[in-house]
Design a protein around this ligand. Structure first.
Ligand code: NAD
Length: 496
């Protein structure tokens, strides 16, 4: 059985499909280690051609000159086509990423589409802004008559956007670039992770179907070298990136000589604070379940569990019991809770951190190895350490696997101090019976989002992004398009 969209053997540029000049590269199914399909790989010249096409479409094509409503109609057609293919997209993600089918449909496909639909709604309501009339003295004749004038602020597309994305939620990450960039009137070149090329190339098929003008959306494949070109080429106006902190820093450096706008959505090491008065049972179930999402390969998953000392033992016991119940295996099986990590290299990284946890003196309370009976696939167990101090590597570094640390605290102030003692600031969580106190504490957490008592469960229409080294800029929510727009102020006199 062929997995949907894995038959795409070409790259998408200037509204047409092109044979890859750098050949093909096998894409591995992480659950079986089999070759899922051979993906096309773009050459450096093809990346440059894609930039040329995006530049031409921006400078001379219809897309940036269309009204917001016209563009919203096209993006809405894209959303409709994506909705119609939800189950195919989910099937692809299960095979490319190894994410359990039981959560893929909603988390990896359904929620991203809701975010896109919200963005279309915001785009339709977008208006220029008129500032209040202003009375200004004449600088050349201060005692002479003053003038009155007004200002209109219009928003225009930034230009050509390079979008570079990671592998863990590929549909969401790609859509989170394509949606707002196109609505704003930008043109773009998208380069996905080499681990998940098909869930990006797929958008080329749909661009054809909805009649997107040539050059508006170009999709190239490849690795670091191709990504570098997209950051250094002077014809690109902005780079939007979702991936690791280290690559984010490189991208900033690569984009600096040409002073491009840089938008970064990076890693995290988010803390869940479990107060003395919390429903510890519920918090522990939630902690272990969150850790298992996509085998821990989620930027915003809480991985540091800061638990009041009076509750720590109970929390650890319940979380470990829940973690041991998580069924690990074939992600395509609807009964599976957790699939594999993306590659052997990622599993080695996770195992390295587990060793560091042991050698630092942390106490393993569950997991710590590979699940039995799974000889193929990059599987790992949900792993929890207790007796962790926040200075240990397992508490400071983003592991990007299902590994959690339990850290004790004795006062709310100490909990906040530990939560903020991280170079990341992506997300956070607070569990407490005193919601008002929890809200006050949420205000003190230096992170782009905080879920109080489980939050709403979905991100719906809220802006998401990082403080500190978790990123620069925001995705989603009413201001999403602004990342892809310039503001222009037009001043005019009134009365003459
Ligand atoms: P990664 O940083 O290894 O790679 C991301 C992309 O960057 C890939 O397409 C890769 O080919 C490209 N790349 C690598 N070096 C480059 C360079 N020098 N110039 C240009 N491009 C380059 O990330 P990953 O392992 O695929 O993804 C996991 C990371 O993404 C984690 O750190 C995770 O926290 C983060 N992430 C963040 C968010 C968020 O919204 N904040 C969401 C998902 C994932």
């Amino acid at each position: 059985m062929t997995i949907p969209f894995t038959d795409i053997a070409q790259i998408y540029c200037d509204g047409a499909w092109h044979a890859p000049q750098a050949g093909t590269e096998p894409v591995i199914n992480p659950a079986t280690e089999d070759v899922l399909a051979n993906a096309p790989v773009a050459s450096a010249q093809q990346v440059e051609a894609a930039i040329t096409s995006a530049r031409e479409a921006f400078d001379n094509g219809p897309w940036p000159r269309m009204s917001m409503a016209e563009r919203a109609d096209v993006v809405e057609a894209l959303a409709r086509e994506l909705r119609a293919r939800q189950s195919q997209i989910a099937e692809l993600i299960v095979a490319e990423v190894g994410c359990a089918a039981s959560i893929t449909q909603l988390m990896q496909v359904g929620n991203p589409l809701r975010l896109l639909e919200a963005a279309i709604g915001h785009a339709r309501r977008e208006q220029s802004e008129r500032l209040p009339i202003d009375v200004t003295p004449n600088p050349f004749a201060p005692d002479g008559p003053r003038s009155i004038g007004g200002t209109t602020v219009v928003r225009e597309p930034i230009g050509v956007v390079s979008a570079i994305t990671g592998y863990n939620f590929p549909f969401l990450l790609n859509l989170a670039k394509i949606g707002p960039a196109l609505l704003a009137g930008c043109t773009m070149v998208l380069k996905p992770s080499p681990f998940t090329p098909f869930s990006a190339l797929m958008f080329g098929r749909l661009a054809d179907e909805i009649g997107l003008p040539p050059g508006v959306l170009n999709i190239v494949t490849g690795g670091i070298e191709e990504g570098q070109l997209l950051c250094t080429d002077e014809r690109v106006d902005m780079v939007t990136f979702t991936g690791s902190e280290a690559v984010g820093a490189q991208i900033m450096g690569q984009a600096a000589p040409t002073l491009k706008k840089v938008h970064l959505e990076l890693g995290g090491k988010s803390a869940m604070i479990v107060r003395e008065d919390a429903d510890v049972e519920r918090a522990a179930v939630s902690a272990a379940t969150l850790l298992s999402i996509n085998a821990g390969q989620g930027c915003a998953i809480p991985t540091r569990f800061l638990v009041h000392e009076s509750q720590r033992a109970g929390f650890a016991a319940t979380a470990a019991a829940v973690a041991e119940q998580i069924s690990v295996g074939n992600p395509a099986d609807p009964a599976t809770d957790m699939g594999p990590l993306i590659r052997a290299s990622q599993r080695s990284k996770v195992e390295h951190f587990i060793e560091l946890g042991h050698s630092a003196g942390a106490k393993l309370v569950c997991g710590g190895g590979r699940p039995e009976g799974l000889d193929k696939g990059y599987f790992t167990q949900v792993t929890l350490f207790d007796d962790v101090t926040n200075d240990m590597a397992i508490a400071q570094e983003e592991i990007f696997g299902p590994v959690g640390c339990i850290i004790g605290f004795s006062s709310d102030e100490e909990a906040i101090r530990i939560a903020n003692d991280s170079r990341y600031g992506l997300n956070g969580a607070i569990e407490t019976a005193d919601a008002a106190k929890g809200y006050e504490m949420a205000m003190q957490v230096r992170a782009g989002s905080v879920s109080l008592n489980g939050g709403t469960g979905t991100m719906s229409d809220a802006p998401i992004g990082g403080y500190k080294r978790s990123g620069i800029g925001r995705e989603y929510g009413p201001g999403w398009l602004r990342e892809y727009q310039h503001e222009k102020s037009i001043f005019y006199p009134i009365g003459r």
